[in-house]
Design a protein around this ligand. Structure first.
Ligand code: SAM
Ligand code: DTB
Ligand code: SF4
Length: 322
C-alpha cells in the first residue's frame, strides 16, 4: 500500500491502515521519507525546566502536577528569572539548542507572573538558545506578547485521540486545545504539539491522535511522542505499559504523515532500550529531551545519551542561533 502524499486528502481510515502495517515495512518507508527531508545523522536536543510546579487545577489523569491527584510532587511557585537563566546557560554548555519551560497552569493570566515568563523568554533568546514554553491555554493577544518577546515554540499537546480524551481529562476540552494551538499559530509562533501513548488506548486511538495532528494546517513543526511516565497517586499509575514497538510505530507514522516536522521521542525514554531508541531514530525520530530530568520525572543521564549517540553515529544539532 502506498502512503498519502501531501496533496491527497488524508482520512482516518488511511492512517489506521498505515498504523496497522507490518512493523518493518512501516519503518522502511518512514526511514526513506526521513532521509528525503532531513539529515538522518543529527538529532535536535531540547532541555526542559519546570518553572512552576504542582497545584494545577486541571484534572489530567496522567499528571503528577494536578491538584486532583495525590502524587508527592512538591509545589513550587514561579521560579526567579536568574535561576531560570542559570539553568538555560548550563543546558547550552551541555549541548542543548532549545530550552523549554513548563508551568503547571491551566491558562495564562495577565500580570506579574506572565511578565516574568516574558522576561525568561527574552533571556533565553539572548543566550542564543531557541525557546519554548508550555503554559496551558493561551489567548491570541498573549501569544503575540510571547512572539514579541522572541518565543520560538509553544508546546500544547492534544494528548490522545478524540474518542479517548474524555477518559483522561474533564476540565479542558479537545476544542479548547485546538483553539490555543490556533492562537499560537496566528501569532507566528511555531507549534509543538503531540501526545502520550500508553494511557489504556488501543491502536485505533493512536491512529486517531496522529490523524488529528497531521490534519492541523499546517502540521505542527514539532511533534512530541511521549510514553506515559506512570506516577504514583495518579489515576493512570497502574495502566499496563505499552510495548516498545508501539513507540516505533507511532514515530514511523508521524514521520510519514508529517515529513517536514521534527518528531520528538519524548517522555518515557528511561523505559526504552538502546535498541528500541535506535529503531525510533531509524523510523524518523530526530529530536529528544536531554538532561537527567523532564519536568518532575527522570530522563536518561547525559552520559548514557552521549554513549548512545556515539554508538549510532548521531550528533546533536546546533541551531543557527547558537
Ligand atoms: N500545564 C500545561 C499543559 O498541560 O498544557 C503545560 C505542562 S504539561 C506537564 C505538558 C504536557 O506534558 C502534557 O500535555 C502531557 O502531554 C505531558 N505529560 C504530563 N505528564 C506526563 C506523564 N506522566 N507522562 C507523559 N507525558 C506527560
Ligand atoms: C511534552 O510533550 N513532553 C514534555 C513537554 N511536552 C512539556 C513533558 C513530559 C512530562 C513528563 C512527566 C513529568 O516529568 O512530569
Ligand atoms: Fe496541569 Fe498541564 Fe498537568 Fe494537566 S498536564 S494537570 S494542565 S500541569
Amino acid at each position: 500500500m502506498s502512503s498519502a502524499t501531501a496533496t491527497d486528502e488524508l482520512t482516518l481510515a488511511h492512517v489506521q491502515a498505515l498504523y496497522e502495517r507490518p512493523l518493518l515495512d512501516l519503518v522502511f518507508e518512514a526511514a526513506q521519507t526521513h532521509r528525503q527531508f532531513h539529515d538522518p545523522a543529527t538529532v535536535q536536543c531540547s532541555q526542559l525546566m519546570s518553572i512552576k510546579t504542582g497545584g494545577c487545577p486541571e484534572d489530567c489523569g496522567y499528571c503528577s502536577q494536578s491538584a486532583h491527584n495525590e502524587s508527592d510532587v512538591d509545589r513550587q511557585p514561579l521560579s526567579q528569572l536568574d535561576e531560570v537563566l542559570a539553568e538555560a546557560k548550563q543546558a547550552k554548555e551541555r549541548g542543548a539548542d532549545r530550552f523549554c519551560m513548563g508551568a503547571a497552569w491551566r491558562e495564562v493570566k495577565p500580570g506579574a507572573d506572565f511578565d516574568r515568563v516574558l522576561d525568561m523568554v527574552r533571556g533565553v533568546h539572548a543566550l542564543g538558545l531557541e525557546s519554548c514554553v508550555t503554559l496551558g491555554m493561551l489567548e491570541e493577544g498573549q501569544a503575540r506578547q510571547l512572539k514579541d518577546a522572541g518565543l520560538d515554540y509553544y508546546n500544547h499537546n492534544l494528548d490522545t485521540g478524540k474518542s479517548h480524551y474524555d477518559k483522561i481529562i474533564s476540565t479542558r476540552s479537545y476544542e479548547d486545545r485546538l483553539n490555543t494551538i490556533s492562537n499560537v499559530r496566528s501569532a507566528g509562533i511555531s507549534v509543538c504539539c503531540g501526545g502520550i501513548l500508553g494511557m489504556g488506548e488501543d491502536q485505533k486511538v493512536r491512529a486517531e491522535l496522529l490523524f488529528e495532528l497531521a490534519s492541523l494546517n499546517p502540521p505542527p513543526e514539532s511533534v512530541p511522542i511521549n510514553a506515559l511516565v506512570p506516577v504514583e497517586g495518579t489515576p493512570l499509575s497502574e495502566v499496563e505499559p505499552i510495548e516498545w514497538t508501539e513507540m516505533v510505530r507511532a514515530v514511523a507514522v508521524a514521520r510519514i504523515l508529517m515529513p517536514h516536522s521534527r518528531v520528538r521521542l519524548s517522555a518515557g525514554r528511561t523505559e526504552l532500550s538502546e535498541e528500541a531508541q535506535a529503531m525510533c531514530f531509524l523510523a524518523g525520530a530526530n529530536s529528544i529531551f536531554v538532561g537527567s530530568e523532564l519536568l518532575t520525572t527522570p530522563n536518561p543521564e547525559p552520559k548514557s545519551d552521549a554513549a548512545l549517540f556515539e554508538k549510532l553515529g548521531l550528533t546533536a544539532e546546533q541551531n543557527a542561533r547558537r
